[in-house]
Design a protein around this ligand. Structure first.
Ligand code: CA
Length: 226
């Protein structure tokens, strides 16, 4: 049974979602503000975190940033208000895996949660360990190092990197990446892929502006060289 941590201050929303998820067999923890959410993430080790952006005290972006800083790698799905396009970009840059704009249907949220959990639990055959340049990645333990220093990659970044490495020297299109990493039943736009690629480069490349490993093939997609 997967545990969901829901960080949401709106009581009716929190109660509605908790009931719906519990009805589908999930264990749900609810935190009404960021600080409590951070503590619960430490104590309850959730499998996925649903995070509202507008929270009293620390907002959802800072909560997301702090979670990643503390080494939490589980999927984080952010719940944003309608039309907050800017939020979407900012959130991806700080390590969120996915977005849902309010108002959304519970069915849509359940579907997304399922996809993210599936991605984490039964991954494509794992690569085990892989090294390139001064980077070492252990896909079985979800650990990455650059120059022997630990690098925090999110679960989405691990999946994306794994896909690129599995198909190294081949061009992988944005659509293939979306289908493999995010799943057929979700529809993030292709900019989502680009943002995650940028994050991976920032974390793993010596010079993210002139990547040596995670290459762009203009008009087609991406290619891993290494
Ligand atoms: Ca709120």
């Amino acid at each position: 049974m997967a545990t969901i941590l829901l960080i949401e201050d709106e009581e009716s929303m929190a109660t509605g979602l908790r009931d719906a998820f519990e009805h589908h067999g999930y264990r749900v923890m609810v935190a009404a503000e960021g600080e409590a959410g951070l503590n619960m993430a430490d104590e309850e080790l959730p499998d996925i975190i649903l995070l509202d952006v507008m929270l009293p005290g620390i907002d959802g972006f800072d909560v997301c940033r702090l979670l990643r800083k503390r080494g939490v790698t589980v999927p984080i799905l952010m719940l944003t208000a309608r039309g907050e396009e800017v939020d979407k970009v900012v959130g991806m840059a700080i390590g969120a895996d996915d977005y849902l704009t309010k108002p959304f249907s519970t069915r849509e949220l359940l579907a997304r949660v399922k996809v993210h959990l599936r991605r984490v639990t039964d991954k494509v055959p794992s690569l085990g360990k892989y090294e390139f340049g001064d980077v070492k990645v252990d896909f079985t333990k979800f650990k990455a190092y650059k120059n022997s220093e630990p690098v925090d990659l999110t679960s989405t970044e691990f999946s994306l990197l794994q896909l690129l490495i599995t198909r190294r020297s081949e061009i992988v299109t944005r659509e293939q990446i979306l289908n493999t990493v995010w799943g057929y039943d979700t529809y993030p736009d292709s900019r989502t892929v680009d943002t995650h690629i940028l994050n991976l480069r920032q974390k793993l490349e010596d010079n993210p502006r002139k990547p040596e490993y995670i290459l762009t093939v203009h008009g087609l997609g991406y290619k891993f060289a290494g």
